[in-house]
Design a binder for this molecule. Structure first.
Ligand SMILES: NC(=O)c1ccc[n+]([C@@H]2O[C@H](COP(=O)([O-])OP(=O)(O)OC[C@H]3O[C@@H](n4cnc5c(N)ncnc54)[C@H](O)[C@@H]3O)[C@@H](O)[C@H]2O)c1
Length: 266
């Protein structure tokens, strides 16, 4: 029970990594407010966790939605101790010169502006409470250069710097700001990319020292630690949870697999 009596707001938690994090937080004793753009998905996720938890629709890139969401969370639970900025959308994988500006704008709006907006809306409340923990979702795409993943990568790299800046600015208020940078994790988002032929799980496994794609629980457990008081002196950092993907730099495969090996995830 590492998060006993804490109240956590998790954006985009109707599916994937946000949902796995919500389940792990609930297991550790937190009351969780599940936000998602798709309100029905948020409601279903909250129902799955039980009566102690709540669901809120809303778009993290819209100022009025964010204000209403934070107000409703506080009306229900009286406080917010943990914020996870998880909401996200996938790349189009279209070459940069062919991308419409609207695609760039949407990805920057949801990932980077959304993280900024929800954080700055929740922070004054955390300051009044005497502290809190904010967790952001970075990515290997925010650290390494991935062709055609233009807006997603730029947004994630921006989230890496936002994590440092806000960690420094809000440290004196007892608010810790950290990020997790997942490698390839099997969620509806990555399953969609695999189904569309945009990423190849066999190649990813070869490029990953630990030889597998991750599971959502791998990210959720790192989130539990960073949100908990056990991480009380950690702020402004991005923790890779990627099976060694970003550490690897040799000009060879990181892991030898047989092409016929059907496993993709842990
Ligand atoms: N899955 C991976 O391998 C991976 C790797 C690195 C980083 N990430 C990041 O982790 C986060 C979660 O990814 P996932 O794989 O669980 O994806 P997912 O598609 O399963 O879940 C993302 C959720 O965000 C919601 N969402 C989208 N736009 C929103 C908005 N404007 N406001 C509120 N909610 C919104 C979606 O409805 C969806 O439920 C994203 O930020 C993603 O970039 C994922």
């Amino acid at each position: 029970m590492q998060l006993r009596d804490k109240v956590a707001l998790i954006t985009g938690a109707g599916s994937g990594l946000g949902l796995a994090t919500a389940s792990a937080f609930a297991r550790e004793g937190a009351r969780v407010v599940i936000n998602d753009l798709h309100e029905a998905a948020a409601r279903e996720a909250a129902r799955g966790l039980g009566d102690a938890h709540a669901a809120l629709g809303g778009d993290v890139s819209k100022e009025s939605d964010v204000a209403a969401m934070v107000e409703a969370a506080v009306a229900r639970f009286g406080r917010i101790d943990i914020l996870v900025n998880n909401a996200g959308v996938a790349d189009s994988f279209v070459p940069t010169v062919e991308q419409p500006l609207s695609h760039w704008q949407r990805l920057i709006d949801v990932h980077l502006t959304g993280t900024y907006l929800v954080s700055k809306t929740v922070a004054p409340l955390m300051m009044r409470q005497g502290g809190g923990a904010i967790l952001n979702l970075n990515s290997i795409a925010g650290v390494l250069g991935l062709p055609v993943r233009t807006a997603y990568s730029a947004a994630k790299a921006g989230i890496g710097m936002l994590t440092r800046v806000l960690g420094c600015e809000w440290g004196p208020h007892g608010i810790r700001v950290n990020a997790v940078a997942p490698g390839y994790i099997l969620t509806p988002l990555t399953e969609g990319l695999i189904a569309a032929g945009r990423i190849d799980p066999t190649r990813i496994r070869r490029r990953t020292p630990m030889g597998l794609l991750g599971a959502p629980e791998d990210i959720a457990e790192a989130m539990v630690f960073l949100a908990s008081d056990r991480a009380r002196f950690i702020t402004g950092v991005t923790l890779p949870v990627d099976g060694g993907y970003c550490a690897f730099g040799a000009p060879s495969d990181a892991f030898a697999i047989d092409d016929l090996d059907p496993r993709t995830a842990a």
